[in-house]
Design a protein around this ligand. Sequence first.
Ligand SMILES: *Cc1c(COP(=O)(O)O)cnc(C)c1O
Length: 386
Amino acid sequence: MTKGQFPIGKLNNIQTPFYYYDSELLRETLRVINNEAKKHEGFCVHYAIKANANPKILRIIREAGLGADCVSGGEIEACIKTGFPSSKIVYAGVGKSDWEINLGLDNDIFCFNVESIPELEVINQLAAAKGKVARVAFRLNPNVGAHTHANITTGLAENKFGIDMHDMLRVIEEASVMTNVKVVGLHFHIGSQILDMGDFEALCNRVNELQLELERHRIVVEHINVGGGLGIDYQHPNRVPIPDFKLYFDTYAKKLKLRPGQTLHFELGRSVVAQCGTLFTRTLYIKKGKIKQFCIVDAGFTDLIRPALYQAYHKIENISSDEPAETYDVVGPICESTDVFAKQIDLNCCHRGDLLAIRSAGAYGEIMASQYNCRRLPQGHMSDEI
Ligand SMILES: *Cc1c(COP(=O)(O)O)cnc(C)c1O
C-alpha cells in the first residue's frame, strides 16, 4: 500500500473530514490534456464546472487555458469570478430560468446548449429584449447508450436530456425564422464514467450520420460539441492517476469527420479532477457486531454522496496503520442506512484516531456536500498550501 505520497504529519493537524487536492497531479493532468488535444486541429477542451467548483481548483484549470462548461447561473458566476473568458463558456441544462439566460446573454457567452423548442423561444425573446443575438447549439439526444451506471447515462431516448435527433432539421428550421438566435453548433453528451471507447465511437458514427443529413440540406454548423464522460480508474488511483486522454482524443480524431474549419468541443469533468482529490476522515469507533465489525468514521454521505447515490466504489486506505489487515464495513455517522462508504473491505487494523483516505474523490465530491443533520461542510485544502 502506498502511503508515502501523503504528508501525514501536516494532514494530522487539519480538522476532519476534509478534502485534500494534489495540485501537482491536477497540473500534470491538465498538461497531458493540453498536449494530447493540441495534436488535433480544432479541438477545444472545456472543463465541466459541476464536477468540482472549488475556487482554487477552478483557478488552476483556468490558468491551464481550458474553457468552461456550465449547467447553472451559479456556475456561470463562478467562472466569471475565476476569470474564465466568456468567449469560452458554454451553458447546458434542461431547465434554464430567465435570470440564468439573462446572465449568459449579459456576458456574451460562447454558446447556449438548447434542450427544447420552448427554451429556444424564451432565449430568443430575452435576447430580443436586450437587442442581442444569442449563439445556440442544439443538444441532440443521439440514442446512444453508455455502458455505465443507469443513473449516469444521459443519451438514451428515455432520458430527459436533449432534443430527439429525428427533430434536428425541424428545430434548425424553427430557429432560422427567429431573429435573435443563431444556430452555431450541435451538442451531445451521452453519460459519465465511460471507459469503453466503443461508446464514444458509437457517438461519432451518429454525429457523422447527422452531419450528412445536414449537408443534404446545405447546412454546416461552426462546431460540434461531444460533451464529456471519460471515466477514471477508481480501483487503481496510484497505478492510473491520469486517464488515457491520448486514446480518448485519438478516438474522436479517427472516427468523427469534421468539416473544414469546424471545431470539436469537449466538456470533461470527472477525468480532469477525480484522481487529484482525497477525502480524509478520522476513525471514531470500532464497533464489533455479531457478524461483522464496523469502522465508524467522522465523514458521512453529506461529505461524499457517491457511494450512497450510485453504489460507487472508492478505494479506502488507513494511512495511520501498518498492522495486519482486518475486514470492516466503513460507515458514517448520519442517521440513514445508506451512509456506508464500503462493505467488507480490508484495511490495516483500525483504531480510534486513525486517518482514512477515501481516494479518487475529486469529482462530484466536495461540490455535492450537504448540511443534512446540520453538519458542517467539508473544507478543501490544496497540497501546495498546507
Ligand atoms: C456532467 C456533464 C459533463 C461532464 O461529465 P463528466 O462525466 O464529468 O466528464 C459534460 N457535459 C454535460 C452537458 C454534462 O451534463
